[in-house]
Write a protein that binds this ligand. Structure first.
Ligand SMILES: [Cu+2]
Length: 607
């Protein structure tokens, strides 16, 4: 489980965190320090003073970036997302879809700094919380959209506890469904209420807030999303941001959207079992916080259990109105909190086992029309969980972990029931049945697996075909390919000369058609030269000047605006080295160049 893993690794980073942060006296008094999520900068989450003196910090600052990621959502299917991610550092980013679940305490003074590291403008709309109008995050109406390289601080006091939502409000028909969406939880105020403020990927909440621990044994953050992969795949096909804008915001017609991938916490079955298995024991009460962050209505069905509806849209349901149901509908953006009981009382629960939980709008239990898939997960009682973390099922689920299954290459039923084998399956098929007398319907040709003809009008087919999408390519790989195989070179031991170089990086020195850039794209240096480089970062986000092929690699990285200086030494050979920004994606939008050492050559390339 990803969340768990962060928890364990977080402890490893705790010492570094303690040394890096300068705790205020009040903070020290709480005796609690947030484990640092691996790959984040030390101030991705900053905890401040304990204002009410009750043993937990009441000032919470969260630094979020916007990162494009490509993730395998079910076997063989890789999808592009944009996510709000805790501010990263170096090459590792904790970016993952959905955007992290944010947790704060009632009364906390919250600051969420949106540092837009992306190539499009964005905002954050805190959905459902009580906040000043200026913090509502609606572009043009309450603020200007935050442009690439810029930052904006959302600052308000957390009021009513509950399960809320946050999402980008720029072109929401595209940006929300690209992944700029996450759950926002306000916990009731209690003494010594110490918990992690960001849960990457949502899922199980392993450190319950005090008020939840009073009532529940476990808690889950469940974010449901449906996407149309024809939209999500667009950014991976193009390098020019102007072209991406045109394809996504003008040519893709969201009114003709056709969702085909259905996810729970960013994964579809069977990966849901790995990442969001609902683990329970008998005689427990489990709090399920559920957000429908997609654009459809979902009908969530809990096999074997009748949970109790305790909250709608973050606010408590009066005791007398607390429905007990087996299907709960959630409209777009809606949240519900459910109390799942596991006492075998023949009313709320049927007893131990592996009980699936899924959206009952039936297409949602498929991966592009091939099932089982979609947002299915399992309420798995402890004795039904194997040592590898997957549930014990009646039949092995191995075939669903094979990409061929979801590409339509494999029949969904065992071929033996038709007295054939996989290799003979499509040989000598009998002719299509004749249409019934009086029917004008033509025989239906067998569907092509994985990309069945859509049950849509010809006009709609045409509208999508006007996108004329080229094949997906890995932009990063495309940029890197000319310099492969990379020559990793070592700096010279005794420099023979010295020089200072100054360069600017950021939006202000980007060229036409770029978002970010360096003011110099080619730097000529001598062999065996010590170089003092000063980078001026023109933006309010982090940028880096990295030479990945120098061993050990050189990386000057910091959040701007401002200047920093560091030194490196060139190798004692004629070689061309690439330099680039370290922030994911920036090298694709202008922040890349070459260092020609001596006569150059070897690994390098001309830009
Ligand atoms: Cu950068």
């Amino acid at each position: 489980m990803m969340v768990r893993r962060y928890g364990y690794l977080g402890a490893v980073f705790a010492l570094a965190w303690l040394m890096a942060a300068a705790p205020s006296p009040a903070q020290a008094a709480t005796g609690w320090h947030e484990p640092r999520i691996p790959g984040t900068s030390k101030d991705a989450v900053i905890l401040g003073r304990d204002l009410d003196g009750d043993g937990d910090p009441d000032e919470v600052t969260i630094n979020l970036e916007v990162i494009e990621v490509r993730e395998e959502v079910y076997p063989g299917k890789v999808v592009t997302f944009w996510v709000f991610a805790p501010e990263g550092e170096g090459m590792v980013s904790p970016a993952r879809f959905p955007s992290p679940t944010i947790r704060v305490e009632q009364g906390d003074r919250i600051k969420i700094n949106l540092r837009n590291t992306h190539y499009f403008p964005h905002t954050i709309h805190p959905h459902g919380t009580i906040h000043p109008n200026a913090m509502d995050g609606v572009p043009d109406i309450t603020q200007a959209a935050v442009k690439p390289g810029e930052a904006f601080t959302y600052e308000f006091i957390a009021k009513n506890p509950g399960t809320f939502f946050y999402h980008c409000h720029v072109q929401p028909d595209v940006h929300v469904l690209m992944g700029l969406q996450g759950m926002f939880i306000i916990e009731p105020n209690r003494p010594n209420n110490n918990f992690r403020h960001l849960i990457v990927g949502a899922g199980e909440i392993t450190d319950l807030a005090v008020a939840q621990a009073e009532q529940y044994d476990r808690e889950y953050s469940l974010v449901y999303t449906d996407i149309d992969d024809r939209l999500n795949d667009i950014p991976a096909r193009y390098k020019d941001p102007r072209r991406i804008e045109k394809k996504m915001h003008r040519e893709y017609d969201s009114t003709r959207r056709h969702p085909n991938i259905f996810m729970l916490n960013g994964r579809s079955f069977p990966f849901t079992l790995r990442d969001t298995l609902i683990k329970v024991k008998p005689n427990e009460r489990i709090k399920l916080r559920i957000l429908n962050a997609g654009a459809r209505v979902i009908s969530l069905h809990t096999h074997g259990h009748h949970p109790i509806l305790t909250h709608v849209d973050g606010y408590p349901v009066p005791e007398a109105a607390r429905l007990t149901r087996d299907v709960f509908t959630l409209t777009a953006a809606q949240r519900i909190d459910l109390e799942l009981r596991t006492t075998q009382d023949d009313f709320y629960a049927s007893g131990p086992g592996v009980w699936i939980m899924h959206d009952h709008t039936e297409q949602a239990v498929t991966n592009k029309g091939i099932g089982p898939g979609g947002d299915i997960t399992i309420i798995a009682y402890e004795e039904f969980v194997k040592p590898d973390g997957l549930p014990k099922t009646a039949v092995s689920l191995d075939r669903f972990f094979d990409p061929d299954f979801y590409s339509g290459k494999v029949p969904v039923f065992d071929p033996s029931i038709f007295n054939t084998t996989l290799s003979d399956y499509e040989k000598g098929w009998t002719k299509p049945r004749q249409p019934e007398v009086g029917s004008k319907a033509a025989p239906v040709p067998p569907a092509k697996g994985g990309s069945p003809p859509e049950p849509v009008s010809p006009a709609k087919e045409e509208s999508h075909s006007t996108l004329k999408l080229p094949p997906i390519r890995q932009r990063t790989a495309a940029v890197e390919s000319p310099v492969r195989p990379r020559a990793v070179v070592s700096p010279c031991a005794k420099p023979r000369s010295f020089r200072r170089i100054v360069l600017m990086g950021g939006t202000k020195v980007a060229r036409e058609g770029e978002v970010y850039g360096f003011d110099r794209r080619e730097i000529r240096l001598r062999k065996c030269e010590e170089v003092e480089v000063t980078l001026e970062n023109t933006d309010s986000i982090r940028h880096a000047f990295k030479i990945p092929d120098l061993a050990p690699l050189f990386n000057l990285e910091f959040r701007g605006p401002g200047k920093r200086t560091a030194r490196f030494v060139t190798p004692d050979e004629d070689v061309t080295l690439e330099f680039r920004c370290n922030v994911p994606g920036h090298e694709n939008f202008g922040m890349v160049g070459v260092i020609v050492v001596g006569k150059g050559g070897g690994a390098g390339r001309k830009l």
